[in-house]
Design a protein around this ligand. Structure first.
Ligand SMILES: [Zn+2]
Length: 384
């Protein structure tokens, strides 16, 4: 069983170490020390260099018995804002900040529950296979750590990404593909009062393009958003430049292609109509994944949750995870709910009990993998 006091202290310690995306050094050093104290062989890659960060992904491996399936636990070290001034509050079984900073539960929860779940399993002395911890950098600013990881360093096993705010032990079966789009509209400047007819209004052109699309939820598995618009220099100048940042997501790759094409077409048409020039980029951020509940990676997590008396909920996510890149690189990876709530806000919180249950879920996953080996040995073998 896990050590609740140790977990709570370690969680608060990790939350208090600031680790904004790209500046994870301090957190990484503390985590590396903890992993090597547990006997892991610790490696740090150079993924940070790919996006101007000061830290790489931590890939830590603990060799175990052959015949028991290897397993990987993952979480991200970075957070959306600094927790330098964090004053944690524990009240009525809920952990939160004092309201002036984020808590950092997204995703220090994932790191703390992985460490404590594994540590307590090691203390139990039960048999185990190879265990790996993959703690990434730059997740919040675009899944940079997972997209740049050298997959050959990872074990050939299933992965649990301990990073979902859904109820504890729930299983995220699917996440969408994601495209980002940048549209730059080049019009023509002119005096707004004296010669507006000599200008080409890039902002009005962008408005026409944006208005041609139904933004938001397109269908149950497809969404799009125009998120940023910028341009213009002064009230009395017809604006010669306007930039629009948009995105689209879908669980269906064909739908996503079609949606991106229709958004692009709307900008092309508007520019043609206005006589403006268009430059645009459509980029693939990550690709979708989808599992069925009876896939092995899910079944292990289900059996582990059942040991805790929990029938895990399943979720189809509208957002991306490091799991998107791990799946794309060939590692079966699902995200598991750890119970943190209101992430990316100063109201971020987690129930103390959920923290403990999530660590127990990690513990029980290791136990299930060991028992599955026993099951295999017990079942009669047929020789041909
Ligand atoms: Zn997260």
């Amino acid at each position: 069983m896990i050590n609740k006091k140790r977990l709570l202290e370690e969680f608060l310690e990790l939350c208090s170490i600031p680790s904004v995306s790209g500046s994870e050094r301090k957190a990484a050093d503390a985590i590396k020390q903890k992993l090597s104290d547990m006997g892991f062989e610790v490696y740090e890659d150079n993924a940070g260099e790919s996006f101007g960060g000061d830290t790489g992904n931590i890939i830590a491996t603990l060799k175990g018995e052959e015949g028991i399936e290897p397993v990987i636990f993952s979480a991200h070290m970075d957070s959306v804002e600094s927790t330098e001034a964090l004053k944690p509050v524990l009240e009525n079984g809920v952990i939160r900040s004092d309201g002036t900073t984020i808590l950092g539960a997204d995703d220090k929860t994932g790191i703390a529950v992985s460490l404590e779940g594994i540590r307590s399993y090691l203390e139990s002395g039960k048999p185990r296979g190879d265990i790996q911890c993959v703690f990434t950098v730059g997740e919040e600013n675009g899944l940079n750590g997972s997209s740049n990881i050298d997959i050959s360093r990872l074990l050939d096993g299933n992965m649990y990404v301990m990073d979902s705010g859904s109820p504890v032990c729930s299983i995220v079966l699917a996440a969408p593909s994601h495209k980002t789009m940048t549209f730059e509209i080049k019009g023509k400047a002119s005096h707004a009062g004296m010669a507006p007819e000599n200008g080409v209004n890039s902002i009005a052109c962008a408005a026409r393009a944006i208005n041609g699309i139904r933004w938001g939820r397109v269908d149950e598995e497809t969404t799009c958003n125009a998120g940023v618009i910028s341009g213009g220099k002064a009230r009395n100048i017809v604006p010669d430049y306007c930039r629009v940042l948009a995105e689209a997501r879908s669980h269906d790759k064909d739908k996503l292609e079609a949606l991106a094409a229709s958004i692009t077409e709307s900008f092309r048409n508007a520019c043609r109509e206005f006589g403006a020039e268009l430059e645009y980029r459509v980029e693939d951020e990550y690709v979708s994944f989808r599992f069925a509940i009876d896939d092995p990676v899910c079944q292990t997590a289900v059996r582990a949750a059942e040991k805790l008396g929990i029938t895990p909920e399943t979720e189809i996510s509208g957002g991306g995870f490091d799991a998107n890149f791990f799946n794309a690189k060939g590692i079966p990876a699902v995200a598991l709910g750890t119970g943190y709530e209101n992430c990316h806000t100063h109201g971020e919180q987690i129930r103390e009990e959920d923290l403990y249950t999530s660590a127990m879920h990690v513990f029980c996953i290791l136990e299930v993998l060991y028992e599955q080996r026993e099951d295999k040995q017990d079942s009669p073998s047929f020789g041909f």
